[in-house]
Design a protein around this ligand. Structure first.
Ligand SMILES: Cc1cc2nc3c(=O)[nH]c(=O)nc-3n(C[C@H](O)[C@H](O)[C@H](O)COP(=O)(O)O)c2cc1C
Length: 213
């Protein structure tokens, strides 16, 4: 698959193929290949001080996920979306399907990857844009992994951890204090009936500006 096809086919998947009641797992050599693709991303300080914890021991995974995330019903999701004041129908639909799947997508994906990156300065009090460079770099790496995955027929989703969630995850997994946890990465083979969010149509002619906006 060429790189443009991989970009075009990438999409968020939160429903993963199961076999015999367990997620269909990814071959470890494929996981390694995807992470290797991640490591080709550009990086602010040349060091790529990135680490990945693969959490595929289902017992350990489910214990950790249950400790930090509570399942949310569709009804409660609707209340949350209303509280956020969202009105766009496609955006509401995405959240309405997405919020109730936060718990199941992490438990049921074929491979759960937790990236960590070195962040010596306080991430949440940046003094300038450069202070965010480490955060930006790990996200470039994460995006490479998802695009490489789509070239392999593997899809998934990220989840941004809440502050307390992040703290517990770091403690349980023995993560050094100066490493940050940007997101959970749930990857796997899509379930046959996996939901795919309807997309907002973007007219590029209204987004590309010549010489000035
Ligand atoms: C920075 C970022 C944060 C996101 N956070 C979450 C999240 O916490 N939970 C989730 O289910 N999806 C999350 N997503 C996935 C988005 O909902 C999804 O990418 C978006 O709706 C577009 O759909 P698509 O990926 O299928 O094109 C996130 C995506 C990005 C880029």
């Amino acid at each position: 698959m060429d790189i443009y096809q991989a970009f075009q086919t990438r999409q968020t998947i939160r429903d993963f193929e199961q076999s015999d009641g367990n997620p269909r797992s990814l071959d470890p050599s494929l996981v390694r290949k995807l992470i290797e693709a991640g490591f080709t991303a550009p990086t602010n300080d040349h060091m790529r001080d990135w680490h990945f914890v693969i959490l595929n021991d289902l017992h350990q995974r489910r214990q950790l996920v249950s400790e930090v995330i509570k399942p949310i019903s569709r009804k409660r999701s609707e209340n949350i979306i209303d509280r956020w004041g969202l009105t766009d129908p496609l955006q509401r639909e995405m959240y309405l399907e997405g919020i109730p799947r936060q718990f199941s997508m992490l438990n049921n994906c074929g491979c759960l990857i937790l990236p960590f990156y070195r962040q010596d300065l306080p991430l949440l009090k940046p003094k300038n844009l450069s202070a965010l460079n480490y955060f930006v770099s790990i996200w470039l790496c994460i995006e490479n992994i998802f695009n490489a995955a789509s070239a392999e027929g593997v899809y998934g989703v990220v989840r941004i951890p809440a502050p307390e969630e992040s703290k517990i995850v770091k403690t349980r997994l023995n993560i050094p204090a100066n490493y940050e946890f940007p997101c959970w990465m749930a990857l796997g083979y899509p379930a046959l009936d996996a939901l795919r969010a309807r997309q907002v149509t973007i007219d590029l002619d209204t987004r590309i500006h010549q010489n000035q906006w």
